[in-house]
Design a protein around this ligand. Sequence first.
Ligand SMILES: [Zn+2]
Length: 446
Amino acid sequence: MTGSREERIAADFIVNQLAKFKISPVTSDGSYIQNFSLISPTLDTSSTIYSSNTQEYTANRYFFSPSHLITDTITSFSLYIPEKHLSSTPKFQSPNIILFSPTFLQINSILHQTRYHTSLLHSEPFNNIKNLFIVFTDSSHLQLWGKKIHSYAERLSDDFYIYSNTDSVKHNIIFISYQHARRLFSSDDFTSILTQYHSYPHLVTLTHPLYIQNKYRPHLLRTQNILGLIKGTSDSTIIIGAHYDHLGTDAEGNSFNGADDNASGISALLALAESLSKQSKPFNKNILFTFWSAEELGLLGSAYFTDYQPIIPLNKIITYINLDMIGRIDTRYQKSENANYVYVIGSDKITTRLDKELNLANTQSSNMILDYFYNAETHPMNIYRRSDQYNFLKHNIPTVFLFRGLHPDYHQITDDFEKINFDSISNISKLVYQLIINLSTTVKAK
Ligand SMILES: [Zn+2]
């Protein structure tokens, strides 16, 4: 489980293996560890808003917010009228906006929902907005949004982690009823907002500033990717990666051992690190081994690497090879005579070269059935976007995801080593070994 003591033990084991194989550490502090922290999402029920002459209003009771709040002082507002300004691009004079009585649809268009609930306002013209107050004159609309925020918060528990050091909350979004807004502002301020509302772009300077006080104590998950390098004679780099996190324990305390998901990929990766480190002739490309954390929380370890701390410039990465769940025979092949197969995903997407190289390496090594069943971007199982290669693919880096398919033990406590098909891991490792040898010796450096 990401951030757990057990994950740290697994990380230490990997680090010791890399050191034993004399693979080089690569992070700026000279270690194998790339630290990052995640804020696990919880509904903020403690932060408050008040003005100098009003009571404190507590989050989730008097107003709703889709994320926790940032401490701030508000001294002015720009007025925003959805009917007028949704189609045109207003220029806001204040970093704080207030708008009244929007409909559900209007809010949706204002809040362009993107990946993180906290980046709702990343689009123009809201880029520099710090606080958005949405005042509902019809309280049934507020109830609707309150429900929506609560369902966000529930979804948040597995989907919406935030990196603590990068894209944490950038805006406050506050949903409040007309009645509570009227009590929150001093009465002359609320009157001037109301009287000037229809003479946009009027700027209202508050006589009594509003204070937003963050009292939220985020729960931090401290975790780490592990990176190790075999230095080549050029700076072109091939990356092979697998995730080493899994699901922790269930409510009864049973642990998810994740033998297939993804001890299978990790053991192949370690075997490859060991055998490639024994090559006497230097490779003409760097070979970087990446052990990702937080894959199960939404591919967050690899996204931290590609989006924030690539260590190696992304344009120097010529290939990313992903190993995830390579240790079982899936339901489709259960009854086949020849189960020496591997699903190949994404290898022909950015260039066809990687796919050709893979096919060549396969004939020189394991002779597996290269099965493209899950390769389509539109495949309903969406395997294409479901493991760490996707973070490289989205940066236009040629990638291949090698995978042995789904089975009834997937994400169950029964995913255990007794069920592992070791020939599968071994054959896929040989195939990847051959592919890397070919790519790093015969193929010209980019
Ligand atoms: Zn996995």
